[in-house]
Design a protein around this ligand. Structure first.
Ligand code: NDP
Length: 281
């Protein structure tokens, strides 16, 4: 079994970005810039935001953090997004989800113009992905695709199963695999014979948020298994959606949690920001 090292691959991507960020700064007299908006006190979100800002600095991308209190009003949040949309030093905007329950996330996210939507969540970017046109693709599934490329995992003609159909992971993942010529099945909470569907997959991507849901009997021998899930257990440790210990005896490729898809998500955020800056300096 080949253990896919997302941390190392993500570091390689950051190294590869450095000459591009430097060239951009030299050409335009400013750095590529990412605005990061965090509203409220969710501890996990605070950790993610800190990591993203740290990695921006490492890659030579300017970050503009905006930490707003949990009681921020819809109007205040929308006004901040409007200002960031108009700010020429900001090339990418990220709103850390989830937002506090009283806020309408859709209306806030709708303030991000498509060319600054480095998370690739907006209708225009999702539509472009569906049409196989160039746009900005959601960071997590894009990171998974990058792992396929860098580990030489063939997708064309392969049977791929995506577990989960969320707008931020499952759906764009399925579209990316389809665009990469895989034969794609998407499974969700209403899928029948889910075990059998998974067991037929040459490539299995698990993104459902259920600890160790994917057991060895759901994995075809020699499959590539990508674990997107991040679940915090009662003892405080993290685990994925895949039963790592059992599945590693059967899979040909497997990502660990942590250290698999997570670091790739951040690397793709930086890559998307750089691309957004190069397209609209
Ligand atoms: P969502 O909760 O938005 O979606 C979960 C999906 O899984 C839904 O489509 C749901 O089906 C499906 N599902 C849930 N339970 C089952 C089940 N028992 N059987 C089959 N399908 C099921 O989650 P996200 O897509 O946002 O995230 C998924 C996981 O990935 C989480 O653990 C999250 O923390 C992690 N994640 C990791 C990232 C990273 O950087 N590594 C980034 C983003 C997320 P239905 O649609 O029918 O409800």
């Amino acid at each position: 079994m080949i253990l896919i090292d997302g941390k190392r691959t993500a570091n390689e991507i950051v190294e590869e970005l450095k000459p591009r960020t430097a060239a951009f700064e030299q050409k335009y007299g400013k750095k590529a810039g990412l605005a990061v908006v965090l509203i409220g006190n969710d501890p996990a979100s605070a950790v993610y935001v800190r990591n993203k800002i740290k990695k921006c600095a490492e890659a030579g991308i300017a970050s503009f953090p905006h930490y707003l209190p949990a009681e921020t009003s819809q109007k205040e949040a929308e006004e901040l997004l409007e200002a960031l949309a108009a700010d020429s030093s900001v090339h990418g905007i990220l709103v850390q989800l989830p937002l506090p329950a009283h806020l309408n996330a859709d209306r806030i996210l709708a303030k991000i113009p498509a060319h600054k939507d480095v998370d690739g969540f907006c209708a225009e970017n999702m539509g472009k992905l569906a049409l196989k046109e160039e746009g900005c693709v959601a960071c997590t599934p894009l990171g998974v695709t990058e792992l396929f490329k860098r580990y030489g995992i063939q997708t064309a003609g392969k049977r791929a199963v995506v577990l989960g159909r969320s707008n931020i992971v499952g759906k764009p993942m399925a579209l990316l695999l389809l665009n990469a010529d895989a034969t794609v099945t998407v499974c969700h909470s209403r899928t029948q014979n889910l075990k059998e569907e998974c067991a037929r997959a040459d490539i299995l991507v698990a993104a459902i948020g259920k600890p160790r849901f994917v057991t060895a009997d759901m994995v075809k021998a020699g499959a590539a298994v990508i674990d997107v899930g991040i679940n915090r257990l009662a003892d405080g440790t993290l685990c994925g959606d895949v039963d790592f210990k059992a599945v590693k005896e059967k899979a040909a490729y497997l990502t660990p949690v942590p250290g698999g898809v997570g670091p790739m998500t951040i690397a793709m955020l930086l890559a998307n920001t750089m691309r957004a800056a190069e397209r609209n300096p």
